[in-house]
Design a protein around this ligand. Sequence first.
Ligand code: ADP
Ligand code: MG
Length: 482
Amino acid sequence: MVNDWKPVIGLEIHIQLKTKSKNFSPEGYEYGAEPNTLTHPVSLAYPGTLPVVNKKVIEYATLLGLALNATIRKRFFFSRKNYFYPDLPKGYQITQYETPICENGYLHFKTGNTWKKVRIQRIQIEEDTGKSIHDIDPFYTLLDFNRAGVPLLELVTAPDINSPEEAQAFLIAVRQLVRHLGISDGNMEEGSLRCDANISLIPPGHDKPGNRVEVKNLNSFRFLRKALEYEIERQKKIYESGGTVDRETRGFDAVKGVTFSMRTKEELHDYRYFPEPDMPPFELSETTIKKLKAQLPPLPYELWKRYREELNLSEKEADFLIEDLGISRFFERALQTYGSPKSILKWLMGPVRAYLNQNSIDISDFPIPPETLARLAELVDKDVIHFTVASQKLFPLLVKEPDKNPETLIKELALDQKADESFIEQVVREVLDSYPEKIEQYHKGKTGLLGLFIGESMKKLRGKADPRKVREVVVNLLNERK
Ligand code: ADP
Ligand code: MG
């Protein structure tokens, strides 16, 4: 029994696979290409053509299944889902019904500060339809068949999700996973990741949910959350006024922020599924599965646990590393050169992150190799160069000439700690910047504060600089700020 209204949510997610050719025909697909240029007699359903399964699709489905700890089916077949629609030239979609390739998995994902586990009921292989375009011509619906036959995986979760935020976090985790596995670009704006959400409510004092509603085609993370938030309120009101929620399919109007009825249970389609007669059942060997399992990269949850438990990183640091798994890969490689996680993180979370943001690039396009960054971190730790100088002077040079050896550069440019006066100046400036009131008091006669400024500067310089020199710089810079 629950004390409050408890949302029960299950997601059906379509993932468009990034394969060279389509699911059952040889042509490729590219979002935004000239309409009807990426077609083939098979995907246009010319009479007499026969589908041939794309092995890569099976491989990708298996990879995703393994990453989700699912059971992989070793013998499966495809089915026809029959319905009429102009963008479906065959009059049926090839999909899986009785024998989905993967079943009974789960995904751990982070929502707020906790990890949650959601069960995956099944993953099935299917094909996309063409696109009907209703808003270009005032009289006609236009058809673009480029997308017809593009491979899709449908991933169906158990109703284990209990809030709109969780649903959103789950979908983000799925996007991260498919990108990490390299099987899809997971781009919601381009439709390579799409989501339908099923939602029902358990009213206070009950232990079972009422009827569920399926909200179709939520094509952004925000719309998913908004649609669910709206449904929770809508269903609550119905129960509170003594009614029952209809089991129906609804759409989401993103402009008004409301869901609306599309069809009710009575109008449910009968798809008359039957096994696809044009393709034999497919066998997946244990050897292939093992091979794919060996290819599987470490997954966010495992990485996060390792970072926390073995490397003793903080929650924030571990979160940072798995937020973009490219960063985590970079970090792992850097660690092999220099095994001090905290020192490498200081670089990644500081100068590297700033550089990526400023240039709007991904870590995969970051010019400095992980090994070089690791060496840089080590040189700082060994007090060869101060972090401030390294990050403000050396780092920008290395970004331009990433093949250079940082040690050689330090020598060439005389950036090493002891030699660098301007570095002392910089540190002193930083220290003074953080004490505006104290500087005022100093100038008003509280000269004893000099010791504080020098002390703080020395601390920042880690005692590496000549105290007399530091004193001189502090006095000069204080005079500058009169
Ligand atoms: P169908 O065969 O009607 O599509 P499924 O059993 O395949 O039904 O479930 C479809 C989706 O609905 C799944 O994601 C599942 O988690 C979700 N679901 C099932 N029961 C509920 C419920 N009571 N509330 C919300 N979602 C639910
Ligand atoms: Mg379904």
